[in-house]
Design a protein around this ligand. Structure first.
Ligand code: ATP
Ligand code: MG
Length: 553
């Protein structure tokens, strides 16, 4: 990776101080996804932060699945997540880790808490528990079971594990402080009974530890030095520290919070993204309109572009609501110097070159990139019939028009200047063909005695490859679709977020492997679809991002 220098932020300052003071000789971070969905752009921010810090400070970053909710977690999600982390350009330290690897240790620690009088088995129903918990303004009340003896608690907890009680009938709770102003400390549940098949441990367990209890101990067992999470966990930090303070764990990591990324015109919540998939609003988690890493990949976004985005948006504790344009800008900049440029026509209008001999093909070599001769070149063939873009012709053009109009001239990119002599219309008056003549003296030369400013792209009809182009617009019509109290985010879906057109491209793209990226000149950056790539079928290209059209008007 040869990414630009990192931008300084408060977490880097903390790490630098900890290394300078000798508190840590090296850092270890972790990325802890729950395998209950595909990762999205917000997770990419966290991945770039955690793995990026390990790279920058020559430390290590673990990949640990937080797999404590067996009903929602699948192997498919877990393997997609690993693929995403690698695709973004990162490697985790050692084997993939799973919170479930620590289930036996977590159980033993729970018995230790019980032994110290710091945890008890409760029989309250979830409703009762909510009622006893109190509110932000009212302290909680002790459960009638809070005073159980250590022997009773140990016996009941062992029987919970042994499967003697029905799901949800009992919990193990940490005994902290029912009057704490921080509700997270009002005797949080640390184990629940749930008969669910787990992707790793199968049916071994019928009790599962809660996230807050699991996470801090997992961090400690892995000797994580800096445990980075999003701001909603700030109020959980006292619980994180409390658990570790009561137990003799190998280390006590420092939890540090930063703000979540939110992107305009999309949603960054696995639950909502899941809804889009299961209710069929998109074709899957990897639909190119999705803000998932799989979706962005399929659309043609690059790992370096996403990493640059993470670098630019920075890390802080203040709101991190970012416009989609920032992300698109990073992708565009990365593609600008990296991908070959070819021509394609998406809304074809036939042009007959009336003074070009029938049955003859000539061709000219054209470089794949104006600033990168090392990308090589291909031949661009021309013949009597070509396709141009419908909107490169206007019968009644506005002032300053430089493209084709009746009697007007324009240059065919890499080829001749042509003049439009005649327009052919169908019975409804629609333009269906142009008859143009070539100025044979203009190949690689300016025409004599006049200036032709407009340059248009085109393909030779006899040589072009049929393609399907998928053009994307924002997935939502509202900048913050999930911010409306009384309206569901689905109400703001953009019905026109996908347009599919059949067009033509230069034949040289026919050999493109899935995920090959191109600039289609003047139209944008496109990526050969990862999956829809069957021999004999129209090749499908997804528009990654549009261009700032700079070389013609
Ligand atoms: P979601 O709300 O989408 O379900 P999550 O936080 O529940 O996300 P996890 O799998 O628990 O998903 O997240 C793994 C890591 O990614 C966590 O450390 C979490 O803080 C971080 N993360 C999740 N969403 C964002 C975001 N929008 N911005 C930055 N980091 C995020
Ligand atoms: Mg989570």
């Amino acid at each position: 990776m040869s990414d630009p220098a990192p931008v300084q932020h408060f977490i880097r300052s903390i790490i630098e101080a900890d290394l300078a003071s000798g508190k840590h000789a090296a850092i270890t971070t972790r990325f802890p996804p729950e395998p209950n969905g595909y990762l999205h752009i917000g997770h990419a921010k966290s991945i770039c932060l955690n793995f990026g810090l390990a790279v920058d400070y020559q430390g290590a970053c673990n990949l640990r699945f937080d797999d404590t909710n067996p009903e929602k977690e699948t192997e498919e999600y877990a393997s997609a997540i690993q693929e995403d982390v690698r695709w973004l350009g990162f490697n985790w330290h050692g084997e993939v880790r799973w919170a479930s690897d620590y289930f036996p240790a977590l159980y033993d620690y729970a018995e230790q808490l019980i032994g110290k009088g710091l945890a008890y088995v409760d029989d309250l129903t979830p409703e009762e528990m909510r009622e006893y918990r109190g509110t932000l303004t009212q302290p909680g009340r002790a459960s009638p079971h809070r005073a159980r003896t250590t022997e009773d608690n140990l016996d009941l907890f062992r029987r919970m594990k042994a499967g003697e009680f029905p799901d949800g009938s009992r919990t193990l709770r940490a005994k902290i402080d029912m009057a704490s102003p921080n509700i997270n400390l009002r005797d949080p549940v640390i184990y629940r009974i749930k008969r669910a098949h787990h992707i790793r441990t199968g049916d071994t367990w019928c009790i599962y530890p809660m996230y807050d209890y699991t996470h801090c101990i997992s961090d400690a067992l892995e000797n994580i030095t800096h445990s980075l999470c999003t701001l909603e966990f700030e109020d959980h930090r006292p619980l994180y520290d409390w658990v570790l303070d009561q137990l003799s764990v190998p280390s006590h990591p420092r939890q540090i919070e930063f703000s979540r990324l939110e992107l305009h015109y999309t949603v960054t919540s696995k639950r909502k993204l899941n809804q889009l998939v299961t209710q069929g609003f998109v074709s899957g988690w990897d639909d190119p309109r999705m803000p998932t890493i799989h979706g962005m990949r399929r659309r043609g976004y690059t790992p370096a572009g996403i990493r640059e985005f993470a670098r630019r948006i920075g890390i802080s504790k203040s709101d991190n609501v970012i416009d989609m344009g920032v992300l698109e800008g990073c992708i565009r900049e990365d593609l600008e110097t990296k991908v070959p440029r070819v021509m394609a026509v998406l809304n074809p209008l036939k042009v007959t070159l009336s003074n070009y001999q029938e049955g003859v093909t000539a061709s000219r070599a054209a470089g794949f990139h104006p600033n990168h001769p090392e990308f090589g070149e291909r031949d661009v063939p021309i013949s009597r019939e070509i396709w141009i873009e419908q909107d490169d012709f206007s019968e009644n053009p506005p002032a300053g028009w430089q493209r084709l109009t009746i009697g007007g001239e324009a240059r065919l990119r890499y080829s001749y200047v042509i003049k439009c002599d005649e327009v052919v219309k169908d019975t409804e008056g629609r333009v269906i063909e142009l008859r143009c003549s070539i100025d044979h003296e203009t190949l690689g030369k300016n025409p004599v005695g006049r200036k032709v400013k407009g340059v248009i792209h085109w393909v030779s009809k006899a040589h072009a490859l049929p393609i399907e182009a998928r053009l994307y617009d924002r997935l939502f019509l509202d900048a913050e679709p999930d911010s409306h109290k009384d309206r569901d985010f689905l109400e703001f879906l953009n019905p026109e977020s996908l347009t599919v057109v059949n067009g033509w491209a230069e034949a040289c793209v026919a050999q493109a492997a899935p995920e090959t990226r191109y600039q289609f000149e003047r139209l944008g950056y496109f990526c050969a679809d990862r999956y829809d790539h069957q021999p004999g079928e129209r090749m499908a290209f997804n528009r990654t991002v549009t261009l700032k059209d700079s070389w013609s008007k």
